[in-house]
Design a protein. Sequence first.
Length: 192
Amino acid sequence: MIPILRRAGHQLGLLLPSSLLLSLLLLAGCTAVHQQTSVTESTMPRVPTDLDLWDASGKASFTYLKEVDTARFHWRRHGSEQDLITLSGPFSLNSQTIERRDDELLWRDGEQVRPLSDLAPDSAALAALTAIPPESLGRWLLGAQPDSSVWEVDVTEWRAAPPWQAPSRVTIRGTGMEIKVIISQWEFSPAP
């Protein structure tokens, strides 16, 4: 009985060093691939802040006078003077559409369209959206800085969105309000 245990122990003794060596080689290979990806992402240029055609999706938190609203969003920029923003609650319920035409924000509710400024700012999201210069918000999502000292834009995280790096976390602050945006997906067209 003892010789069988020795034989099994001997085979196990050879198996352990070879599996350890194989594990180390795999880890070294994964590390090299990860390092190469990081270098590629860091060498990508940042997205131009004057880009005319893009789509972004993600989540936003609006804080105004200690009231907080959260929403999912899909933002489509059709040109330098036109945006279509869809906001929705959890599970995509209560979907609302806001359209920007030049420097005017419009509220779309089915077939009815009216200026956003005509609505009572009964939520933190509406209060924030009516206070921000309409033509600026899309540029701020791309990482542009505000033209006035009334607003502060802080991009805290960038991610690869080929062919560029694009913001993935943006915080916009103004008097009495804060908007935190997490952008989970960017699409640029036409790609250069």
